[in-house]
Design a protein around this ligand. Structure first.
Ligand code: HEM
Length: 162
């Protein structure tokens, strides 16, 4: 992470790589979301404990949990949105929620740096497997950059609510 203080220029080409692949993946969004979070829990099984609704719904199998899938798709969509805004405005912005809320929420649930790294790894692997014909080191770098900038903005607000 660059700490979110300096913003690297995000090019039109990078934006196009993210948007193009996200558009191709969208039609399989549900399956993709499932693969994404299963990958996260495969690498970091203890991350399950962070999600309150997983503790509540013991009876529901992981892969049937709609909220978990929704979170996975939120991460996908917001990273894509971040790419668009990085190119347009030179910084990340979020539509429906602000970073203060997002930061406080993730702080409250005990999300730490390592979780963001695992999620980034799983995100990139999921994309690579979803669009192998498009995948390239440039595409990987573009998604990584958009994700890192988004996470940096969330992390700056990761403190208890006041
Ligand atoms: C909740 C976004 C990364 C764990 C949320 C919410 C949003 C969000 C919008 C509230 C609504 C919802 O549940 O969908 C993001 C974004 C991320 C990110 C944009 C990265 C770019 C992570 C990571 C973890 C995590 C790395 C931990 C592995 C959680 C938990 C909740 C949550 C535990 C609360 C769920 C509950 O209600 O129990 N996140 N998140 N998030 N997120 Fe994230």
């Amino acid at each position: 992470f660059n700490g979110g203080l300096t913003v690297k220029a995000f090019s039109e080409e990078q934006e196009a790589l993210v948007v193009k692949s996200w558009n191709a993946m969208k039609k399989n969004a549900s399956e993709l979301g499932l693969k994404f979070f299963l990958r996260v829990f495969e690498i970091a099984p203890t991350a399950k404990k962070l999600f309150s609704f997983l503790k509540d719904d013991d009876g529901v199998p992981l892969e049937k949990n709609p909220k978990l899938k929704a979170h996975a798709l939120t991460v996908f969509a917001m990273t894509c949105e971040s790419a668009v805004n990085l190119r347009k405005a030179g910084k990340v912005t979020v539509k429906d929620s602000n970073f203060k809320d997002l930061g406080e929420l993730h702080f409250k649930y005990g999300v730490v740096d390592e979780h963001f790294e695992v999620v980034r790894f799983a995100l990139l692997e999921t994309i690579k497997e979803a669009v192998p014909e498009m995948w390239s080191s440039e595409m990987k770098e573009a998604w990584k950059e958009a994700y890192d900038q988004l996470v940096a903005a969330i992390k700056q607000q990761m403190k208890p609510s006041q």
